[in-house]
Design a protein around this ligand. Structure first.
Ligand SMILES: Cc1ncc(COP(=O)(O)O)c(C=O)c1O
Length: 462
């Protein structure tokens, strides 16, 4: 077979240092020929490319490891699955099977949880925008609501009146834990006294009962000690509330935010060395509880961990469509998936693996998708060897926030499959069709005939 002609280009190759195994980055490459025993070639043959692939084994293992990290250190632990991180029904159902509650921030997420059969008292409602009907539905079902702002307290009091009973609510706090920029848009600030003001307001009318505290300090928090500081402040505030109003705090919800094993752009260390283990987070949180709680008191510790539970269970298989040299000599690969599918590419650097061994030296490349927009780069700077059309590139981990933040933009969204613990592969979201996209559109009758352009009205001469 004749090989295609490629115009020669002289470029200095950066060989870099050898790693501790004596391998040079010039020839080191990551190869991934299968996921959970299913060959990449078989997955693509059956379900097409691009293709999101989830591993049920990884989901369950990660959930169990996280649960064990906390429940072996503290007696009263609950997890609320953060729907926004990944609300594919099959993923939520797996989390619920493992015992997670549903952590929700919208009517849509609430309706999803109901459709999945989550009991009302297993729901936690957060977020800055909670329409009154959603508050009412969650409270009527016995779920938890964490108050975001003062106006919501009034809404909740109206709901309590309507339900004809006092209702339990939690208070979302924001605070200084040494993580900057501080997430101060959500909840009521502790240090400036907003949270105490809200507690007084709640106590004044007696329509609500404050029985929980919530705080989510941010996402991808690399310092486990920040959680220790958060928990200490939460417990201290709970004690102040008890002293002032006599009401006991029954749960401390510490939100989510633990990182997954992925490289955040701008960080130097690789995830293998730069990301603390879940045990380190659990140790900080639970030892702060043991240090500060009164003896014999064990309020529920609620965790709303999202990304750290699901990210590594997801991979995206893509296919090289073309290769080219950019004007500055950079090697570029065009693949069939772009930021429409990997929205988190804007702040993460994924691992890129090849589906086969490929000869030739590596060089820094750019990998971009089909969007015809300059922002559409899903990898920049990875060292890749010369690849030909048809090579599969496997991006991972991609399980967190991509299947919720993906865009229906220019391309259809592809199949999503789940590899079961028995190796069976099932579609959990079908590739979209034009019919899906246009289902909600209405084409006015007068626009249906492309030839029927109305004649411009003649201007009257004055
Ligand atoms: C209130 C709340 N809980 C939980 C999460 C999940 O966070 P993560 O995926 O970083 O664990 C978020 C995400 O922003 C959140 O806002």
């Amino acid at each position: 077979m004749r090989r295609p002609y490629v115009k020669p280009l002289v470029r200095k190759l950066q060989s870099g240092f050898m790693n501790k195994f004596g391998q040079s980055p010039l020839y080191a490459r990551r190869v991934c020929t299968e996921i959970d025993g299913v060959p990449i070639s078989e997955l693509v043959e059956r379900f097409g490319s691009p293709l999101f692939v989830y591993s049920e084994r990884r989901v369950r293992e990660q959930w169990r490891a996280a649960h064990a990290a906390f429940s072996t250190r503290y007696p009263n632990v609950r997890f609320g699955w953060s729907y926004k991180t990944n609300y594919l029904s099959a993923i939520c159902a797996l989390m619920h099977q493992e015992g997670a509650m549903a952590e929700l921030v919208s009517r849509m997420e609430y309706e999803k949880a109901c459709a999945l059969g989550v009991p009302g008292d297993q729901m936690v409602l957060n977020g800055p925008y909670k329409p009154v009907e959603t508050l009412e539905a969650v409270l009527a079902g016995g779920g938890m609501v964490n108050v975001d702002h003062m106006d919501e307290i009034q809404d909740l009091e109206r709901v309590a009146e309507k339900l004809g009973r006092q209702v339990n609510v939690g208070l979302r706090l924001n605070m200084d834990t040494g993580i900057y920029p501080q997430w101060s848009r959500f909840g009521l600030n502790l240090e400036r006294g907003q949270a105490m003001e809200a507690a007084k307001r709640i106590a004044r009318t007696g329509k609500l009962k404050l029985n929980g505290l919530h705080c989510h300090i941010g996402t991808f928090i690399l310092d486990p000690k920040a959680y220790g500081r958060q928990v200490e402040k939460m417990v201290l505030f709970a004690k102040e509330l008890e002293a002032a109003f006599g009401n006991e705090i029954e749960y401390l919800d510490v939100g989510g935010g633990f990182p997954s094993r992925i490289q955040l752009k701008g960080t130097y260390l690789s995830p293998d060395v730069g990301i603390p283990s879940l045990d380190e987070y659990a140790e900080q949180i639970t030892s702060a509880l043991w240090r500060t709680l009164p003896p014999g008191k064990f309020p529920a510790l609620i965790l709303e961990t999202g990304r750290a539970l699901i990210d590594e269970a997801g991979a995206l298989i893509t296919t090289v469509w073309a290769t080219k040299r950019l004007a500055d000599g950079t090697r570029a690969y065009i693949v069939d998936a772009g930021v429409n599918l990997l929205f988190t590419a804007f702040w993460y650097k994924f691992q890129v693996a090849l589906d086969r061994q490929v000869p030739g030296p590596n060089e820094p490349c750019v990998v971009y998708g089909p969007l015809c927009m300059n922002i559409d780069a899903i990898d920049e700077g990875s060292l890749l060897p010369p690849l030909s059309r048809g090579t599969r590139l496997i991006f991972s981990p991609v399980g967190a926030y991509n299947n919720t933040q993906w865009l229906q933009f220019i391309e259809y969204r592809p199949n999503v499959v789940l590899i079961g613990t028995d190796g069976q592969v099932e579609v959990i979201r079908e590739k979209e069709t034009l019919e899906d996209l246009e289902r909600r559109e209405k084409l006015p009758e007068r626009l249906k005939n492309p030839a029927a352009r109305p004649r411009p009205e003649k201007r009257k001469e004055s």
